[in-house]
Design a protein around this ligand. Structure first.
Ligand SMILES: *Cc1c(COP(=O)(O)O)cnc(C)c1O
Length: 354
């Protein structure tokens, strides 16, 4: 599958103004599609005008959720260069998710080359206002028309792209998060480690309850004992307790965030000690009570860092750092966004030029 066929759009869409972007509402002119057929493998890679897809109503994706996805970003630097951030890691993780969901492996190198070509074709869609970027959504769906429960024999790998606004147009604002007591997102041995739609379907209820009470997101506890902190919505979570940075260890039900990994590497490079371990919600409540809970922040591709200003647990409200962003979160945000946007030297080798 050496070639990628290209069919350019004849009608270019109008690009939204930088202050009208939002998140994932407008899509670029083109998309990448690659088909899979059992016995033949992945074939017919093509970049075509962005368009609806037609599937049989019995296509397996609609019934049994055999699907995986990724999320990453491209940035335009001050010199007009285009940088992808750690895109190789996204395709590696996509294959890990594929393995769990019984979807055939993709060729990671080919996917990266195809993505670069797609980004290049739509490069004028990459916004350049501070904090803006091009959000990239690769995903795979099971397309075989069949109601029998088994892994599909056909798939489509699709990449769509959306220019996204600055998450923090009005400055970085800490969010309020509710610790979920009743529902769980994932259990060890389940699919929590895979980036798959089903995990999100099962999280909607907790999210709805949090929103009803005025909270932005849910903090999930482990599915077995309902005691250990796992992650937030689509972000991993970090705490600073009595000067020590801690984050839950990857235990098999937590998604291994690429932002999380990047933060760990930045912290280590600055000789700031960080621990990956089990953290109980009781430990967090205790630290808040004795005044040692100094910072809480989430990490993920969309926001990079989301400081947490308040946690709600069993009717109690825990205010963190007076509801302001902490020093460590600010340093990590500045470092990572600096590297991503080409403002800081990339000593880690994370950026990929398109
Ligand atoms: C994608 C995702 C994250 C964050 O991963 P990044 O690679 O840092 O964007 C965290 N948790 C869940 C459940 C996710 O789906």
């Amino acid at each position: 599958m050496a070639d990628i066929r290209v069919q350019l759009a004849t009608n270019k869409k109008e690009k939204p103004a930088a202050d009208q972007l939002g998140f994932g509402k407008v899509f670029t002119d083109h998309m990448l599609v690659i088909d899979y057929t059992a016995g033949e493998g992945w074939h017919d890679a093509r970049i075509i005008p962005y368009q609806p897809i037609t599937l049989d109503p019995s296509a397996m994706i609609f019934h049994y959720a055999q699907t995986v996805f990724e999320g990453l970003k491209a940035y335009q630097t001050a010199d007009g260069e285009v940088l992808l951030f750690r895109a190789d890691r996204n395709f590696k993780r996509l294959n890990k998710s594929n393995e769990r969901i019984c979807i055939p492996q993709i060729d990671e190198d080919f996917a990266l080359e195809a993505l670069k070509k797609l980004v290049d074709i739509d490069r004028e869609w990459i916004p350049n206002a501070p904090g803006t970027s091009l959000y990239i959504r690769p995903f795979i769906i099971a397309t075989e028309p069949s109601l029998g429960v088994h892994p599909s024999r056909t798939y489509q790998f699709i990449v769509i792209m959306s220019p996204v606004g600055s998450y923090y147009a009005g400055g970085i604002k800490p969010v309020k998060i509710m610790v979920e007591q009743q529902y769980v997102r994932a259990v060890v041995g389940g699919t929590g480690e895979a980036k798959t739609g089903g995990n999100y379907a099962s999280s909607l209820k907790g999210q709805a309850i949090a929103e009803e009470q005025g909270y932005a997101q849910t903090l999930w506890l482990d599915g077995k004992e309902n005691k250990y902190v796992e992650e937030v919505g689509s972000m991993n979570i970090f705490f600073k307790i009595a000067g020590q940075i801690v984050t839950p260890a990857l235990n098999g039900s937590i998604l291994a965030g690429i932002t999380r990994d990047s933060m760990l590497q930045v912290l280590k490079s600055k000789n700031i000690p960080v621990e990956e371990r089990r953290i109980s919600i009781d430990e967090i409540v205790e630290a808040a009570k004795n005044g040692t809970l100094e910072e809480v922040f989430g990490t993920g591709t969309a926001a990079v860092i989301s400081p947490v200003g308040e946690l709600k647990w069993q009717g109690e409200k825990i205010v963190i750092n007076n509801g302001e962003i902490g020093e460590v979160a600010q340093m990590l945000y500045d470092t990572l966004t600096g590297i991503q946007s080409g403002k800081l030297e990339d000593t880690f080798g994370w950026t990929i030029r398109v």
